[in-house]
Design a protein around this ligand. Structure first.
Ligand SMILES: Nc1ncnc2c1ncn2[C@@H]1O[C@H](COP(=O)(O)OP(=O)(O)OP(=O)(O)O)[C@@H](O)[C@H]1O
Length: 268
């Protein structure tokens, strides 16, 4: 069981390039994500979504405040957290099977168990029969399935996903969103999913945290009470889906405008 808490988290980056002022990416972020929850964080460009995920992954540290996993402060990366990024990050010289086994090698799982577990997770993500394919022989969607299998195979407590489907075409993205729901239902992992897509947030999130434009802070958390998501034929066109889409868009609208205006000011 794994609860995540952001407690008054602020992250500042030092000035870079021609810019002499430091950037406050996150300011006073408070958020609690319950064990076994699929939580989505949505926000405009530059609102600090990836920064939140990097801090959760332990790739960077907050400037002030604390992030805790079951009460333990996060001080670095660990095998208790699996990360799936937008880019597939597979090793091109290894087969799908061998890519999934990779994380298990770090955990020193014996060879026969590695093989069995990799097969089990490739099966879970719908890739049985593709074990011996190399990344260049797989489509974008299949590569991302391998990346998900690899992250799940070493049995992390939490799965962190940073816009994992953003580079895929719309149909593949919809399909993988459904697959992710199925995987989440069968594993009940705590999942933190970052996106700037409102439809993706509504489709996946049990709760959706909406960030303000930079400096990012949690503007509101929307409880999405959609039942039987996977059983419904065309959930994305139903009235209750539209209701949540509208609610989140209302929260985001002014933030997106603000972020856009800032971007123009910075470039100009
Ligand atoms: N290493 C860094 N050094 C300086 N500034 C940074 C660094 N990393 C991020 N930033 C800045 O912090 C802010 C938040 O960035 P972040 O990538 O977390 O936003 P985001 O919400 O994920 O954006 P997007 O949706 O465009 O990916 C941005 O203004 C970004 O330029």
């Amino acid at each position: 069981m794994t609860t995540i808490t952001f407690d008054d988290v602020t992250k500042k980056f030092p000035a870079r390039g021609g810019n002499s002022t430091e950037v406050t990416a996150l300011s006073g972020v408070d958020l609690r994500i319950e064990s076994g929850e699929l939580a989505v964080i949505v926000g405009p460009s530059g609102s600090g979504k990836s920064t939140m995920l990097d801090l959760l992954a332990g790739l960077d540290l907050p400037t002030s405040g604390e992030i805790r996993l079951d009460g333990r402060p996060i001080t670095g990366p660990g095998l208790d957290r699996g990360v799936v990024f937008q880019q597939y990050a597979l090793l091109p010289w290894r087969t799908a099977q061998s890519n999934v086994e990779f994380g298990l090698e770090a955990k020193q799982v014996p060879r026969p168990q590695r093989r069995d577990r990799a097969r089990e997770y490739l099966d879970l993500v719908g890739l049985s029969g593709f074990e011996n394919h190399y990344p260049h022989q797989l489509s974008g969607g299949m590569k991302q399935r391998v990346a998900i299998a690899r992250s799940l195979a070493f049995d992390p407590e939490v799965l962190l996903m940073d816009e994992p489907f953003a580079a895929l075409d719309a149909q593949t993205r919809d399909l993988l969103q459904e697959e992710l729901l199925r995987i989440w239902e069968s594993t009940r992992k705590t999942i933190v999913f970052i996106t700037h897509g409102i439809d993706e947030a509504v489709f996946l999130g049990q709760r959706v945290a909406v960030l303000t434009s930079r400096p990012g802070t949690v503007k509101d958390v929307v409880e999405v009470e959609l039942t039987h998501r996977r059983e419904r034929d065309d959930l994305r066109s139903e009235p209750d889906f539209a209701h949540y889409r509208h609610e989140i868009w209302n929260l985001l609208r002014s933030e997106v405008r603000h972020a856009g205006a800032e971007e123009v000011a910075e470039v100009g």
